[in-house]
Design a protein around this ligand. Structure first.
Ligand code: GNR
Ligand code: NI
Length: 171
């Protein structure tokens, strides 16, 4: 396995709509494994392929806490096939927008259809924090960041703080 480089805002690959995967083969599984390793090494709970510079519709998620068994989820060509009317506001962060967080409103629960690690079609109803993480990752596949879902004023303030954060954290 290998830890891959993370692409950060405002890299243009993060704005592109990613391409569907044609076949779940060993080469794709290698990429999924490398994405999971990269996500764990970065202490993230989700990662979408555009964040490692690959414009394909694949996502890995693991929302298990550190004191729990790992529980990786691999989503290939995921689609939302149902959204709840009810919404929920929660605080989000993104490995591609380091050091920042903001409150985002999204459907509280969604149903997704996807191909799993073995290429088998699956459907799953996701709720609570898994619903937040799933929608955040699926947005990446359409070139959308959580900062695109907050007000212009809040985004401007967040991007100022991002500049400051980067100045303080550069080597
Ligand atoms: O690690 C992550 N944490 C997180 C917290 C709240 C809402 C969404 C996320 S996803 C993020 C990793 C990431 O950037 N995935 O694209
Ligand atoms: Ni993200």
């Amino acid at each position: 396995m290998a830890k891959l480089k993370l692409y950060e805002y405002p890299h243009p690959i993060l704005k592109k709509k990613a391409e569907p995967v044609e076949k779940v083969d060993d080469e794709l599984r290698k990429l999924l494994d490398d994405m999971l390793e990269t996500m764990y090494a970065s202490n993230g709970c989700g990662l979408a392929a555009p964040q490692i510079g690959v414009s394909k519709r694949i996502v890995v998620i693991d929302i298990a806490r550190e004191d729990e068994e790992p529980n990786p989820l691999y989503l290939v060509n995921p689609e939302i096939i149902w959204r709840s009317e009810e919404t929920e506001i929660s605080e989000e962060g993104c490995l591609s927008v380091p050091g920042q967080r903001a409150e985002v409103e999204r459907p509280a629960s969604v149903k997704i259809r996807y191909l799993d690690y073995h290429g088998k079609q699956q459907e799953m109803l996701v709720e609570d924090f898994l619903a937040v993480a799933t929608q955040h990752e699926l947005d990446h596949l359409d070139g959308i960041l959580y900062i695109d879902r907050i007000s212009r004023l809040k985004r401007q303030m967040l991007l100022k703080k991002l500049e400051k954060f980067r100045k303080e954290h550069q080597e």
